[in-house]
Write a protein that binds this ligand. Structure first.
Ligand SMILES: Nc1ncnc2c1ncn2[C@@H]1O[C@H](COP(=O)(O)OP(=O)(O)OP(=O)(O)O)[C@@H](O)[C@H]1O
Length: 594
């Protein structure tokens, strides 16, 4: 039995599921594959018939008959083989590219349609390597290898049958060589596959580490850790090289054994054949035709060796692709929608909501009850790990609660589609990621139908109009080429939230210190959106909490207290501690209650 890297046995069921990944890729292109198989068989048939046609030419020499017919046949076979082979390779080249596209489409859709938790369990660099390099390995296995496998087998079996027609005793040495080669291959091929799988895993880890390192390049440099970081990434490159070399060495061994075995069989055929010709037991044309078949065997045998190796590498890639295929896609349209509502904003309630993450024993939210009114600003505060982000994840349905209910405008989330819920919520992440594209595309991301006037108005609201007008491309300036500061990036994300009046705005404030302008922009956005909609903030700034209409103080998955800033200051020591940490400068202590 073979074992994978984790020590888990590679059972026939797991092997079969990898094959299923390959077949699923091929299925949409089966007609093209069948056509190229058919053309390949044409080429194989032509090459199988060639020794017989050669024998016919040689036989006609002694028989005083016309040479024209057998020579014409030989020429015809050469043309048939050439044309079929050419057409087959053209088709296969196209098929390979289509297969790689099919695989990439399926993976990319999984990434974007899988749940946040499932997708983000993988490192981005790892996922990239699966889309870019693993699909290429799979492409070879799913296109030319499948065709080569069939053609090689037909050529092998056809040659043996035709050799048997020519002379059975001579066939014996060929059969012995083929059986020995088969045994050696059965032992070596799984080892090639395992080494290739490990090399691919190392390349995947390399992608993950590289992505993380480049993302944190400033920290790396400021910590003078360039050498350490590149060593960490290169260790994976060396690991990939080690396993790659191991696979190549085994492959070279397998290839030489296969080729060498056939060469030895040819020598044996030549020696035995020559002796039998001398005995008058065999004709020269038959021996030549037999030798031509034996020489022809070199190609299918070595081709099958290479094909098996390519298939192994494709199956190893299929395993890694299958891991992504196992990410369940979210059906965002399943469920009901809201009845037409004429009012602005939305009222949301969480009733006894409990959330426990798969990897965790303790619930992140434990029977939490919260309500967010249709209009106004509600802040959630609490120490790290209190469950604030989990409230947002539940509101956005990134996470489904294990117990309890969430309702929006009185309709339970259970009766609503994910699309219906998310269509009414605008979310500003703490990290405020900008997407590849222009300033306009980034600002209008949530509301793509926004016209230029609306985009400029949103930029104006967050004090970014002058900055964007100063860029050479203005709204068409790509954000990747723009040296936007951290605060400016946060304000682009805020502009994205206000380009269209949101019904519900979930704002996860940055924990890092905001520049004064950005802080004012945050307050302004909260105030304006809260006039007509519901704003819920995960607040990390004193300026955000003081004006909130209501504050929920969370601790260890519970709601510990709620009220206004002044209420909580007066009643809750944990809140006072938090405020002390947030306050710059510290607020004066409230006057003691009489
Ligand atoms: N995907 C996850 N898998 C397992 N545990 C998680 C996951 N996300 C959060 N947790 C855990 O759930 C608890 C609540 O996390 P949550 O992110 O909601 O807290 P938070 O109040 O937002 O913290 P912070 O202010 O540090 O962001 C923590 O103990 C956290 O470790």
């Amino acid at each position: 039995m073979n074992f994978d890297r984790t020590g888990e046995p590679i059972t026939s069921q797991r092997r079969w599921s990898k094959v299923r990944v390959l077949l699923a890729l091929v299925r949409p292109h089966r007609r093209t594959l069948l056509l190229s198989l058919f053309l390949g068989l044409g080429a194989t048939a032509a090459s199988l018939a060639t020794p017989m046609a050669t024998k016919a030419v040689l036989d006609s020499l002694g028989a005083d008959s016309s040479l024209a017919k057998p020579v014409g046949l030989l020429l015809g076979l050469v043309v048939l083989g050439g044309v079929s082979g050419f057409a087959q390779w053209l088709l296969l080249g196209r098929l390979a590219e289509r297969i790689v596209l099919t695989a990439r489409q399926s993976l990319v859709r999984r990434f974007f349609q899988g749940s946040v938790g499932d997708v983000q369990r993988h490192s981005p660099g790892e996922l990239v390597s699966r889309v870019t390099s693993d699909t290429v390995l799979l492409r070879e296995a799913a296109s030319s290898s499948l065709v080569d496998l069939v053609n090689g087998t037909v050529a092998l079996v056809g040659s043996i049958v035709l050799m048997a027609v020519l002379d059975v005793p001579l066939l014996l040495s060929t059969i012995i060589a083929l059986v020995l080669i088969g045994i050696v291959m059965a032992v070596l091929m799984p080892r090639i596959g395992a080494a290739q799988h490990r090399a691919q895993q190392a390349v995947g880890r390399l992608g993950g580490l590289l992505e993380g390192g480049v993302r944190a390049l400033r920290t790396v440099k400021a910590s003078r850790a360039e050498g350490r970081e590149s060593e960490r990434v290169l260790a994976q490159a060396r690991d990939a090289e080690r396993h790659g070399v191991r696979a190549a060495v085994i492959e070279a061994g397998a290839w030489s054994i296969a080729g060498g075995g056939i060469q030895l069989a040819i020598i044996a055929i030549l020696a035995i054949g020559a002796w039998r010709v001398g005995e008058g037991d065999l004709t020269v044309p038959t021996l030549i035709a037999f030798l031509l078949y034996a020489f022809q065997l070199v190609e299918p045998v070595t081709q099958l060796t290479t094909t098996f190796s390519t298939l192994q590498s494709g199956l190893a890639a299929a395993t890694r692709i299958q891991e992504v295929e196992e990410i369940e896609t979210e059906d965002t349209s399943h469920g009901g929608s809201f009845p037409h509502h004429g009012t602005t904003g939305a009222e949301i309630r969480l009733q006894d909501v409990t959330v426990t993450y798969p990897a965790s024993k303790r619930p992140a939210l434990d029977a939490v009850t919260l309500s967010f009114p249709r209009h106004g600003h509600t802040a959630i505060v609490g120490p790290s790990g209190a469950g604030k982000t989990s409230v947002f994840s539940s509101l956005l349905r990134f996470t489904e609660p294990g117990a309890g209910t969430i309702t929006m405008d009185g309709v339970s989330y259970a009766d609503l589609s994910i699309d219906a819920v998310r269509s009414r919520i605008t979310y500003v992440e703490q990290e405020t990621p900008l997407l590849p594209g222009t300033v306009r595309e980034n600002v209008a991301y949530r509301y793509p139908q926004a016209d230029d006037e609306e985009v400029w108005a949103a930029l104006r609201a967050v004090f970014l109009e002058d900055k964007v007008r100063s860029l050479p491309g203005q709204l068409d300036e790509p954000v990747s080429g723009t040296s936007l500061s951290g605060g400016e990036r946060q304000r682009i994300a805020l502009a994205r939230a206000v380009v269209h009046q949101p019904e519900v705005l979930l704002l996860d404030e940055a924990t890092a210190q905001l520049d004064g302008l950005t802080e004012v922009a945050v307050q302004r956005v909260i105030r304006e959106v809260a006039l007509h909609g519901s704003v819920v903030t995960i607040a990390h700034r004193l300026s955000t909490v003081v004006d909130a209409d209501r504050i929920y103080l969370m601790e260890a998955g519970h709601v510990r207290a709620s009220g206004t800033h002044q209420d909580l200051l007066a009643t809750d020591p944990l809140y006072r501690e938090l405020v002390d940490a947030l306050a710059i400068p510290t607020l004066p202590e409230p006057a003691p209650h009489p």
